[in-house]
Design a protein around this ligand. Structure first.
Ligand code: NAP
Length: 254
C-alpha cells in the first residue's frame, strides 16, 4: 500500500485477535507500530511474537485518565501519531431480558466510551501534526438487529455514528472511517467453536465461509493508506455478503 512506510501507528486491542494480525500487517508495510491492550499476558506474548514493534502500552481504554496517561507514554515512544486503529472491544452473549446494568455499562464503557477517549487523544495529536487517519472498529451488529447482543449492537451502532460526526468535524485534516466486519474467525474462536457450530455460521454467509483476521487487516491497511485518500466518514462492511440482501443473502439451498 502507498504511504504506510515509516508511518506512526497505534493499535488498541492489539495483543490478540484481529488487532494482533493488523499489527503484523502494518509492520510488513514498514510502519512503526505501538500496541495498546489491557491484557498484560497478551502484551508479553505479542512482544515475543512481533519483536519489531516500536513499543507496547498496558491500559484499559474505558478509563479516560488511563488513556490520557497511555498517550503520554505513546508520545515518548513515537513522537507523533499518523494512524489510529481503534479496535479494542468486548461482547457478552446474553438475552436482552437477562442483561444486568453492570454488563450493559461495561460493554458501552469499553466499546463506545473507550473508543471516544482514544479517538479524541489521537485526533488532538493529528490536528497538531497536520494530518492523520482514524479507523474505528464497528461491526455488522451495529447495522442490523442480532439477538442476544443488544448492548454490543447498541455500542457498535454508536461507533458508526461517532465516526460520521468525527469525519465531518476533523476534515480536511484527519480522515475517519469505520470498518464493520461480519463473523471473523480469530485464532481463539477457531479452537473454541465445535465444527458443527462453525458450519452453522458459515451457512449464513453467501461466500460460504467465515472471514479471516488478515482480510480485515488488509482493509485497515488500504483505508489507512494514500490509496484511500478520498475516503472519509463511511462504513466499510467486510462480511462475505452476509447482510447485503437481508433474507436474500441466505443461500437458496437453506
Ligand atoms: P479479541 O480476540 O478479544 O481481541 C481484543 C483485544 O482487545 C484483546 O486483547 C482484549 O483483551 C483487548 N481489550 C478488551 N477490552 C479492552 C479494554 N477495555 N482496553 C484495552 N484492551 C481491551 O477480539 P477480536 O475478535 O479480535 O475483536 C476485535 C474488535 O473487532 C472488537 O472491537 C470487536 O467488537 C470487533 N469485531 C470482531 C468480530 C469477530 O468476528 N471477531 C466481528 C466484528 C467486529 P482481553 O483478552 O483481556 O479481553
Amino acid at each position: 500500500m502507498r504511504g504506510l512506510r515509516d508511518k506512526h501507528v497505534l493499535i488498541t486491542g492489539g495483543a490478540g485477535g484481529i488487532g494482533a494480525v493488523t499489527a503484523e500487517r502494518f509492520l510488513e508495510e514498514g510502519s512503526r507500530v505501538v500496541v495498546l491492550d489491557c491484557d498484560a499476558a497478551g502484551i508479553r506474548r505479542i512482544e515475543r511474537e512481533l519483536p519489531t514493534l516500536s513499543g507496547t502500552i498496558i491500559a484499559d481504554v474505558s478509563d479516560a485518565e488511563a488513556v490520557e496517561r497511555a498517550f503520554e507514554e505513546l508520545d515518548d515512544l513515537l513522537q507523533g501519531l499518523d494512524i489510529l486503529i481503534n479496535n479494542a472491544g468486548i461482547s457478552i452473549r446474553q438475552p436482552f431480558m437477562d442483561i444486568t446494568p453492570e454488563q450493559w455499562r461495561r460493554v458501552i464503557e469499553v466499546n463506545l466510551n473507550g473508543m471516544f477517549y482514544v479517538a479524541q487523544q489521537a485526533a488532538r495529536r493529528m490536528l497538531a501534526g497536520g494530518g492523520g487517519v482514524i479507523l474505528n472498529m464497528g461491526s455488522t451488529n451495529g447495522l442490523m438487529g442480532y439477538p442476544f447482543y443488544a448492548d454490543y449492537n447498541a455500542s457498535k451502532a454508536g461507533v458508526i455514528e461517532l465516526t460520521r460526526s468525527m469525519a465531518l468535524e476533523l476534515a480536511p485534516t484527519v480522515r475517519v472511517n469505520v470498518v464493520c466486519p461480519g463473523f471473523i474467525l480469530t485464532p481463539m474462536q477457531e479452537t473454541e467453536y465445535p465444527p458443527q457450530m462453525r458450519r452453522a455460521f458459515e451457512r449464513k454467509v453467501p461466500l460460504d465461509r467465515l472471514g479471516r483476521p488478515d482480510e480485515v487487516a488488509a482493509l485497515f491497511a488500504f483505508l489507512a493508506s494514500d490509496e484511500a485518500g478520498f475516503i472519509t466518514g463511511h462504513c466499510h462492511v467486510i462480511d462475505g455478503g452476509e447482510i447485503v440482501g437481508g433474507l436474500a443473502s441466505q443461500r437458496q439451498s437453506d
